[in-house]
Design a protein around this ligand. Structure first.
Ligand code: ZN
Length: 333
């Protein structure tokens, strides 16, 4: 664990376990009324690892003669690398679980969770595509259900200890921290901001060295851009602690880079569609043009952001689609 800001410790779980289980950060805000931000993975090994680190931080505080009363845990959003450990950590460390209303709607049961991530019926009908439906249904149905729940040690949360609004304030160590609803990567995503110190917990929205995943059914590019701009303009913003990777000490510059990257990617898709003229282009052709050498994993990731970008471009009135037989063809306007 690393003290990333005075009194805030970062514990990174799941290091070097491959691309399907990225290392994820959990933050312990120490003090007289502290809080753990994000829940990490829920396998026995991960929970054991976090528990040991939690105890080490506790000892460190004791040695420094500063209070360590950390009794609450709260995730940034309802993705499995962020909530899977919550129930086990409650049991092991006596932490009470705080969820927003939107997170609880998703995490109340396995059925609620699966139906909320069921792409069928969630991909806007505008860009629904037989290929996407077939791929998404199969992967989300099988892999999310069996592989991810096992690999992540997922526990659902029918009985959180407190349910709060998506937006508002939470008291941590006698100071108000802002809960900022910041959708885009997922619709229930929140960020936690301390206006006094300028420290922001960004969850998956802003990462130091990797691009945030975007894909159906919960991502929205327009909302993502708006969330990033809102965060960029927070007065006093000085340090971003993201769920993956190391702290961001140049927050405005990093957000600027991400916005520029999204802008370039969006333009790439639009240019490609325009190049194809009136005959149109399918999603698969776009993938083949943008990614010459693609693994299954790259294809899945790319398909996600391209779909979200197409939806965004359609909303902007720059692209439209038509169905020709079994194909969905996109053309520029
Ligand atoms: Zn996520």
């Amino acid at each position: 664990m690393v003290e990333v800001f005075p009194g805030i410790f970062q514990v990174t779980e799941g290091a070097s376990r491959g691309v399907m289980r990225p290392p994820v950060n959990i933050f312990i805000i120490t003090g007289p009324e502290g809080l753990v931000f994000d829940g990490g993975y829920g396998t026995r090994k991960d929970v054991q690892y976090f528990t040991e680190k939690f105890r080490e931080v506790q000892k460190e505080c004791l040695a420094r003669g500063v209070p360590f009363n950390v009794t609450r845990i709260m995730p940034s959003h309802a993705h499995p690398d962020h909530f899977s450990g919550l129930v086990s950590l409650r049991k092991k460390l006596g932490l009470s679980i705080i969820l927003t209303k939107s997170m609880h709607d998703i995490l109340a049961s396995r059925e609620a969770y699966r139906s909320s991530y069921n792409v069928e019926g969630h991909i806007p009908s505008k860009i629904r595509n037989p290929v996407v439906e077939r791929v998404s249904k199969a992967t989300l149905g099988r892999i999310w259900s069996f592989f991810y729940e096992k690999a992540y040690g997922t526990d659902f949360i029918p009985d959180p200890d407190r349910i709060i609004d998506n937006q508002g304030y939470i008291d941590i160590n006698g100071r108000p921290w802002r809960i900022i609803h910041s959708p885009g990567h997922s619709e229930d995503h929140i960020s936690l901001y301390n206006p006094g110190t300028g420290v922001l917990f960004a969850g998956d929205n802003i990462l130091r060295s990797v691009t945030t995943w975007l894909g159906p059914p919960k991502s929205d590019l327009e909302a993502y851009i708006a969330s990033l701009k809102y965060i960029r303009d927070l007065p006093g913003l000085s340090l971003i602690l993201g769920a993956h990777g190391s702290p961001i000490v140049n927050p405005r510059e990093r957000i600027g880079e991400i916005l520029q990257w999204r802008d370039e990617r969006t333009r790439q898709v639009l240019d490609l569609i325009r190049t194809c003229g009136a005959s149109g282009v399918t999603l698969r052709e776009m993938l083949d043009r943008l990614y010459q050498k693609k693994s299954w994993f790259t294809y899945r990731i790319a398909e996600g952001w391209i779909l979200v970008t197409l939806e965004y471009l359609e909303k902007q009135g720059l692209v439209t689609h038509r169905i020709a037989g079994r194909k969905v063809l996109f053309t520029g306007l």
